[in-house]
Write a protein that binds this ligand. Structure first.
Ligand code: UDX
Length: 446
């Protein structure tokens, strides 16, 4: 019989994983400790914006007309223990307050609660991003706390999904990495992932520490790539070069590649910033902090971008924000998501507001979350309204909607036709043709 699956934690990662497992044909039970989330998911509603996720969910959630009924949600640990053969732990590991290290509270709590209800043989699969060494510790905890003791096995199976592409990345991952301590775990996971592996997804089997490190190494590499091109943007600005052309040209070298070389206001979100910091903290504990000192530079180049955007805007306004109206297009940390965690766009908006600017923000999907985090900023229901009366427009998240804006129409409502492209995504010529002073990061001023 096919293994029955539970998914613990129903955020971006868990909710998508649960729906994807049901799509692959398994019976799935999702658990979260927040009853409101469970109630919503049980009705086939997704508590966040993720393209395609609600449709996938509704295809499988029990009780929805026409669904397969393979997916259910609960807040009961007992039910999870009884139901599952394979338990995926998908809770988050945010950055600790005032420290670089990641906060393992949710992971530890999830493992403890789960262990207590494991009364029969089970495979527990950690998917959360954790400091290397956690899996070995958690395997011990499971053995110690589970009534089933040695019949509970642990595997570590990092997740590489990108927000905005979560469904596609989960159903068709570009690799599956599993850290296991025995053959049983590998066999069971091969069964769970038989469909993507059958489609050609590489299945990499390794030990716990390597599996944990793969995730932090991958995110560190991506962060480094972005900060590299942003460092080049700084140099280009000083030397009158064009970082967009430079990225295109070096990207033709296959060893370098074109992806993740978009210069702008830098990376944010719930993963890259906190993951590189937690990695540095862990390296320090392991006595190899020197190996990762470059990540400090990656982080500081990245944070400098936000400040630089604020300075460009100030310069545009003749040296002061006081009493000036500033339109901010974009609040989320990237397009096609409603996530504003550590969003460079909101950070820039917040800094300008604190310096006396009258900021009005518009974002296609992130308004509610942005308001929650920065209630003192102004918000407008459309891009056009956000720009009404603005002395300068800042393009800070590259939503398709902003690329489709008509520069001439927008020019009618602003107080001055000035735009700064913080994502190098707008068509400079089109804006300039419509009479705008257009400036982008790391590109020559026309
Ligand atoms: C990232 C990893 O890509 C993913 O594999 C991992 O599982 C979780 O962390 P995500 O946080 O969804 O995913 O976003 P990602 O697409 O990596 O973008 C991160 C940030 O980098 C965004 O703020 C984005 O705007 C920025 N970015 C990305 C750039 O500034 N330039 C680029 O060229 C690419």
């Amino acid at each position: 019989m096919a293994p029955r699956i539970t998914v613990i934690g129903t955020g971006y990662l868990g909710a998508t994983h649960a729906a994807a497992m049901a799509e692959l044909g398994f019976e799935v039970l999702g658990l979260d400790v927040v009853p409101e989330k469970i109630e919503m998911l049980g009705r086939g509603k997704v508590p966040m914006y993720e393209p395609g996720l609600e449709e996938l969910l509704r295809r499988h959630v029990a009780g929805i007309e026409g669904s397969t009924g393979r997916l259910r949600f609960t807040t009961s640990w007992e039910e999870v223990g009884e139901f599952g053969d394979v338990h995926f732990v998908c809770v988050n590991t945010p950055q600790k307050h005032g420290e670089y290290a990641c906060d393992m509270t949710y992971v530890d709590a999830a493992f403890s609660s789960l262990a207590a209800v494991l009364r029969r043989p089970a495979l527990v699969v950690g998917k959360s991003t954790v400091p290397v060494g956690s899996a070995a510790r958690l395997a011990g905890l499971l053995r110690e706390l589970s009534p089933a003791g040695d019949e509970v096995e642990l595997a570590w199976n990092p997740e590489f999904l990108r927000e905005g592409f979560a469904v596609r990345d989960t159903l068709h991952p570009d690799r599956i990495v599993v850290g296991v301590s025995g053959e049983h775990g590998e066999k069971l996971l091969r069964e769970v992932y038989a469909t993507p592996v059958g489609e050609g997804t590489p299945f990499v089997v390794t030990d716990y520490p390597t599996a944990e490190l793969v995730k932090t190494a991958a995110n560190s590499f991506l962060a480094t790539k972005i900060s590299f091109i942003n460092a080049m943007a700084e140099v280009c600005e000083a030397a009158d070069g064009d970082v967009v052309k430079l990225a295109e040209a070096i990207g033709h070298d296959e060893r370098i590649g074109r992806k993740f070389l978009r210069a702008g206001i830098g990376f944010g979100g719930g993963c890259l910033p906190k993951d590189i910091r937690a990695f540095m903290a862990r390296a320090g504990e392991l006595g190899v902090d020197q190996a990762l000192t470059f990540l400090r530079e990656v982080d500081s180049i990245n944070m400098r971008r936000r400040g630089h955007m604020v300075e460009l805007a100030r310069e545009c306004l003749g040296g002061s924000f006081l009493g000036q109206r500033v339109a901010v297009l974009g609040a989320t940390f990237k397009p096609d998501s409603d996530d504003v965690r550590d969003s460079p766009a909101l950070n820039v908006a917040g800094q300008i507001h604190l310096q006396g600017g009258q900021v009005t923000v518009y974002d296609p999907k992130g308004m509610a979350n942005a308001r929650g985090l920065f209630p003192t900023l102004g918000y407008a229901p459309t891009a056009l309204e956000a720009c009404r009366g603005a002395q300068v427009v800042l393009h800070l998240t590259e939503w398709a909607e902003f690329r489709e804006l008509d520069p001439a129409a927008l020019g009618e409502v602003v107080a001055a036709r000035r735009i700064l492209d913080g994502r190098n995504a707008l068509d400079a010529a089109a804006w300039r043709d419509a009479g705008w002073a257009f400036r982008a990061m790391g590109r020559p001023q026309a």
